[in-house]
Design a protein around this ligand. Sequence first.
Ligand SMILES: Nc1ncnc2c1ncn2[C@@H]1O[C@H](COP(=O)(O)OP(=O)(O)OP(=O)(O)O)[C@@H](O)[C@H]1O
Length: 298
Amino acid sequence: MSSVDTTEPSAEKRRIRPLGTGINIEHLSKVFSSGAMRGGEQVKALDDVSLKTSEGSFLSLLGPSGCGKSTILRIIAGLETASEGTVLMNSMSPKDLQSQHELGIAFQDSALLPWRTVESNIKLPLQVAGIKPDQSAVDELIDLVGLRGFEKAKPATLSGGMRQRVSIARALVVKPTALLLDEPFGALDDMTRQRLNMELQRIWTEKPATTLMVTHGIAEAVFLSDVVAVMSPRPGRIIELVEIDLPRPRHPDMLRTKEFHAIHDHLSGLLFGGGAGTETEATVEPGSDDENTAKEPV
Ligand SMILES: Nc1ncnc2c1ncn2[C@@H]1O[C@H](COP(=O)(O)OP(=O)(O)OP(=O)(O)O)[C@@H](O)[C@H]1O
């Protein structure tokens, strides 16, 4: 485990591409203005966030509820605009990522089209992009996310976990070079979540898309990531970038090693106090998602 200098390029152990070739966020701020109905109130969600990773690396954003994690993701996805600063992923703007079909996105809410079958939902991004679906690639994805036999099922007949697996497959169908995951496994049971984390790691290792994942799970973030960015309470800033230098591929056994526990403890300290992130302590409410992250399995 080591902290990453956010500004100076450095050769990473596993990936030699320089910082900034993957995610490249510079001085990003976001102010939301509520409507005149509420007196034109302003909410500063992000304040001068800068963050760089190398192309093909996996970064997780961890932070208290409301610190702006999803806002960063939504700006990269082109769903929100920055108030100040710039955002690039693989040297592409949000607009270029979309127009060149380089982006895969999965949200916690699977947002499937209810009238389409599993297979048809997975194919949707290809159809929207005007790309002829490769049936064997779609079949492979269906196997990968464990939905063989449910290809013709409609979302309403699936469990929440199964719907989420469709959503992951749909994010991957364009073979994205940039992947945005917003708590993709947050609603899943622990067993499924662990299995999908293993599968995600395998897919990502085979074709390492530059990835940004928003999560409340410390263990999940450590297990999957090259770098974990810990954020302060609103307005969100980066408290620390923690490099996860555990060897790959990672196995569930690793969760019991002292190296894993050391990183987990460090991140818990940043989030819940007792470390550099003491200021976050007051914002973590008992029983909240954030408090529960320390006990959450991968
Ligand atoms: N469209 C919007 N209009 C006004 N305020 C917004 C809007 N979207 C987000 N916010 C506010 O910006 C802040 C950051 O929200 P965001 O969803 O990015 O946080 P988060 O860290 O992802 O939270 P959580 O972990 O609970 O999902 C919050 O205070 C939120 O209320």
